[in-house]
Design a protein around this ligand. Sequence first.
Ligand SMILES: [Fe+2]
Length: 418
Amino acid sequence: MQTLDSISPLTRARSELLQARQLMDAALALVPSGQWLERPVPERHRLLFYAGHVDAFDWNLIRSSIDLPSGHPSFDRLFAFGIDPGNGQLPADRPSDWPSMSEIADYTRALRQRIDGVMHDVSPALLHMAIEHRLMHVETFTYLLHNLPASLPSPYRRGQMPLPFPSRISRDDSMVTIPAGLATLGQPRVDDAAFGGRFGWDNEFDSHTVDVPSFAIHRYKVTNARYLPFVEAGARPPHFWRRRGRAWYWRTLTGDIPLPLEWPVYVTQQEATAYARWVGRTLPTEAQFHRAAFGTPTGEERFYPWGDDPPTPSHGNFNGRRQDPVSVASTPLGDSAFGVAQLVGNGWEWTSTTFAPFPGFRAHPSYPGYSAPFFDGDHFVLKGGSPVTAARFLRRSFRNWFRSNYPYVYATFRCVEP
Ligand SMILES: [Fe+2]
């Protein structure tokens, strides 16, 4: 009988790529008819770009390692890369600049056939790059759809809505003391021959340790209930909040619901920093996050907050089982060794750390533009993962990053004090 361990890294990577295709295809299938040319987030491409991009990316990546003639050079370039413009530089393309959906479907069908024909010659590391890139775009695409003017059909049945009443948890502001200790950031380098199914992006190397002095950190992510007084004191309401009369609502992917007070608040890094200042605290650094999440009282470090076991649904709200957050206290089996809740899942967590290379960083030759263009001082590190983040991104070394004023991503925060 074939056990999981006896499956070769290549076989496993191939089946994971097929699963990732299914997930992204399902996300693309949510686009309401007639809306492919919509651009729900002004700083990103129109929706139809993503229908061509994920397969064009795989194709361009594989062609970088195997010499293959292109069947459609202009589409290979058109769908090669996403965009992340700086302030005042929004894209100005017109609908007529784009091919039809049927042309895109023909293009991607041909690409998949050609990719599947050469997959046995592709290194597992490159396949994992393709898999993770596609899974990242499942999340991107979900939050783009979240910004369409009309909501998608609701998954909530009557009586299943989270209740908008304040509770002890929704107002819990308790801090947990983390003793001084070492945090290991990044992961050790392995060459392709020793790959063994492990994967890391260029910005996850080299592994190094940071000496972190003692600090205190919020046990729970900051909730909508705790953020509300900040808004009532004059702060701008978060992107996902709506006001009707005197009542606040939360815009889910599928429509507005009364503001769930026990859910974490989704904010920009600038809003999170302003709130922290307002309560006399700061955001954690990337190293402080690591220490709170993966450190232990005895000094060892874990792969995940709860230990070294792979993630399961009882550890947190991730992997797309639901699109919305849950209460900040609802997954205690995922708590860290120090008793800090939900350090992975239920919303990425902003840090105060500027996205920058680790010592020994080398851009990956097959995708040199993954990280390096964003080492510009304008992007900040997020850790953890959101409800729609694939479980494989919960690994300790994974780093996400966005501009400090980007409001569309499912990003939460908690505060620290010295
Ligand atoms: Fe991409």
